[in-house]
Design a protein around this ligand. Structure first.
Ligand code: TXA
Ligand code: MG
Length: 349
């Protein structure tokens, strides 16, 4: 299939392109589009054949449910039932934005979209291109991240093109994602709200609005053997082609350990790479060194992670070391993705 690739400026949105994209969705086709978190691979959420096509294009198991994107709070009750009042409190505070809420699904949402579950994940993104595209598409766009299954979520149009060219009808390139990590997912279908995937909206943010919230304990701990509640969280994810290990410890110990390991791999002729905080980056010796941000700048670290993992692949790095980061606030989301990318390979020095 020939994929139409168009660049859109989010400060000057070309309505013709948006209408064309909306028509593709209404006719059962697929369009990749930018959101503030990562790029999405969109199809009509209420058309089971569109959802099937999404799974095919991604190469993703079909028991992994899709998020339905809306562009109007009033549309929640068209696709969800038994909506608890806190949904609206959270929507008022965090929508449009990087939050996905799980609710009981209405009849009209096909099981193909929800991976066979009787619940539905709903998000109202803040990116203006996404909002206009969702409206032009009929209001309900199912969209996973626009990467091939297993690869890091795309935060730049060029990575969507790399993964999806010739597999879908259209790619809208709207520049770099502002947040760079997928939305926080909160389940509102049980007695106590539970965070199923950490993101930019943190536990502390939720506690400013609602009384209690728990966190799915599988998020940072792989050892419990328990199954994550968001089906997609069980898969190996975000992985670069190179072998990635996370090193935790005092900065000087981390630098010393990584440099020693790098020399060992270099002696074997392997291309090496390091994901480093700005404070440390000058002390490393490796083929490729990527600065992810200042140590205390959680937002920058979150925004740069997926791009850097992709760049390690672009540069054909075979052995990658990353410094470990804090595990609170937004940094919890970054560590959750980094741990998955590393297949939970960590060393404490
Ligand atoms: O930021 C985002 O959320 C991006 C952009 C495109 O909006 N989308 C995204 O979608 O990350 P995806 O498909 O890559 O991740 C969706 C996650 C999966 O882990 C899936 O299992 C979970 O959401 N999920 C979806 N529906 C669910 C449901 N009904 N119950 C539990 N988990 C659900
Ligand atoms: Mg994904």
């Amino acid at each position: 299939m020939e994929t139409k690739i168009v660049k859109i400026d989010k400060d000057n949105i070309d309505e013709d392109v948006i209408n064309e994209a909306g028509l593709i969705i209404k006719n059962g086709g697929l369009v990749a589009f930018p959101t503030e978190t990562v790029y999405g691979l969109g199809g009509d959420a209420l058309n089971k054949n569109s959802s099937k096509k999404i799974y095919e294009a991604k190469g993703r198991p079909s028991d992994n449910p899709l998020i339905v994107h809306i562009a109007d709070i009033g549309d929640i009750e068209k696709i969800a039932i038994d909506v608890p009042p806190i949904t609206y409190e959270l929507a008022k505070r965090f929508w449009p934005g990087p939050l996905t809420m799980i609710l009981k699904k209405a009849e009209c949402v096909p099981l193909e979209t929800t991976g066979g579950l009787d619940t539905v994940a709903i998000r109202y993104p803040s990116n203006p291109i996404a909002q206009k595209f969702i409206k032009a598409s009929g209001g309900f766009v199912a969209a996973p991240s626009a990467n091939r299954s297993g690869k890091p979520s795309p935060t730049e149009g060029k990575y969507v093109i790399e993964d999806m060219d010739s597999l879908i009808e259209m790619i809208i390139d709207g520049g770099s994602s502002d947040i760079g990590l997928e939305s926080t997912i909160i389940d509102l279908t049980s007695d106590e709200p539970m965070i199923l995937r950490p993101g930019f909206v943190t536990k502390e943010d939720f506690l400013n609005v609602i009384e209690n919230v728990s966190i799915d304990r599988t998020i940072l701990d792989s050892s419990s053997g328990a199954k994550p509640k968001a089906p997609g969280m069980k898969y190996r994810h975000y992985a670069p082609s190179g072998e990635l290990t996370i090193i935790h410890g005092e900065p000087k110990d981390v630098v010393a350990y990584i440099n020693e390991e790098v020399s060992r791999y270099k002696a074997q002729g392997q291309k090496t790479g390091i994901i480093a905080t700005k404070e440390n980056s000058g002390y490393y010796r490796a083929d490729v060194i990527k600065e992810i941000g200042n140590r205390d700048d959680d937002e920058s670290i979150a925004r740069n992670l997926f791009r850097i993992l992709r760049e390690m692949d672009d540069e054909n790095v075979k052995v990658i070391f990353s410094e470990g980061f804090r595990e609170e606030g937004i940094a919890m989301a970054t560590m959750n993705r980094l741990l998955k990318a590393a297949g939970h390979k960590e060393v404490r020095v």
